[in-house]
Design a protein around this ligand. Structure first.
Ligand SMILES: NC(=O)c1ccc[n+]([C@@H]2O[C@H](COP(=O)([O-])OP(=O)(O)OC[C@H]3O[C@@H](n4cnc5c(N)ncnc54)[C@H](OP(=O)(O)O)[C@@H]3O)[C@@H](O)[C@H]2O)c1
Length: 317
């Protein structure tokens, strides 16, 4: 079957490590696994990290990339694939598709039957394909970790990214005052259209916020600390610009800040998110929909940093 996979690693130019070509059909490590015919997927920064060799060992090459998928189950129903798989070989006890088990950038993907969630009525395959990784991460950052129900104001850093646009759209839909920073004037314009107050990185906010959504890291973390109200939650799920920021501990204890790490979410949280989007007519921010035959262009666009929102892959084209 056709697939997009990491054939090597390249820390400087991850696009050079990507190959599109034939890979073997999925196999089932356990009896309760099923094969899903993929209709749509979406690309995440995780896929670029894999091509750089971060989180993926050379002994696992070639590895089909892709964490997100919407497709057709063996019984003909439309399903959203929950991307985390129980994995006794991983220290976390689980791994995301494309780390140990082949990912979703293929015609078909094998997953445990329990990872299949029904596609809600009213959500298209391309929209739902944005939700299982980036949007799920943002949902858990805001709700379970950030306790956004107790918050009035939220700051989202690096707001053009997949997780960050999700956080902006969801926080606005939840009725919060949302501030969002981006380096790019065009992205700031689009953030404002989503209902947030758009700011340049490092700009002073008109008020301190109760929840900060951090996926950027070194470039923004000091601003996140300075923008946090007493007792605020700074929720971290990524560090695109570096993972060793200087942290002013005096501010952390004096303001009683909580710095919370998080990764992905649970099947229950993904079900909540699917229901929330379907019922509140919240739709993912989609940068572009690219046919699978041009998937290299999707990787190049994500790598360029120019994307605003999610880049979706249409596997039927
Ligand atoms: N832990 C998890 O479960 C999980 C899940 C999903 C993602 N992640 C991580 O979260 C991060 C974001 O993922 P994503 O898929 O949303 O990536 P993405 O779509 O590529 O977005 C990254 C964003 O970071 C901002 N950024 C990058 N370099 C920056 C810099 N030097 N200064 C300021 N901002 C910078 C950019 O925002 P602007 O261009 O708007 O400034 C960019 O849009 C990645 O590191 C990813 O690995 C983690």
């Amino acid at each position: 079957m056709r697939a997009a996979f990491a054939s090597s690693f390249d820390a400087d130019n991850p696009l050079a490590a990507l190959t599109v070509g034939e890979q073997p059909e999925p196999t089932h490590p356990e009896d309760d696994w099923v094969t899903v015919q993929v209709r749509a997927s979406s690309i995440n920064h995780h896929d670029l990290w894999s091509l750089r060799g971060v989180g993926l060992g050379a002994d696992r090459l070639p590895m089909i990339l892709g964490c997100d998928a919407v497709g057709t189950a063996p019984d003909g129903t439309d399903v959203v694939v929950f991307p985390l798989v129980v994995d006794p070989g991983d220290p976390r006890g689980m791994s995301i598709l494309s780390e140990h088990f082949p990912g979703t950038f293929a015609e078909r993907v094998a997953v445990p039957r329990m990872n299949l969630l029904p596609l809600p009525a009213g959500l298209s395959a391309t929209d739902a394909a944005c939700l299982p990784t980036a949007w799920l991460t943002a949902w858990r950052m805001l709700t379970t970790k950030g306790r956004v129900d107790e918050a009035d104001a939220v700051l989202v850093q690096g707001a053009g990214g997949g997780v960050a646009t999700a956080a902006v759209a969801l926080a606005v839909a939840l009725g919060k005052r949302v501030y969002a920073t981006s380096r790019d004037a065009g992205k700031r314009q689009r953030i404002a259209e989503l209902g947030a107050t758009a700011l340049e990185p490092g700009a002073r906010l008109p008020e301190r916020v109760d929840v900060v959504i951090e996926t950027v890291g070194e470039a923004t973390f000091d601003h996140s600390l300075k923008s946090a109200a007493p007792m605020a939650r700074i929720v971290v799920s990524g560090a695109t610009a570096g993972h060793e920021p200087k942290v002013n501990l005096r501010r952390v204890f004096a303001m009683q800040l909580e710095i919370l790490g998080t990764s992905m979410g649970t099947p229950g949280e993904l079900t909540e998110l699917l229901t929330f989007c379907a019922e509140h007519e919240v739709r993912p921010v989609v940068d572009s929909v690219v046919p699978f035959s041009r998937i290299e262009e999707a990787f190049a666009r994500l790598h360029s940093g120019e994307a605003f929102g999610k880049i979706v892959i249409d596997h039927t084209a």
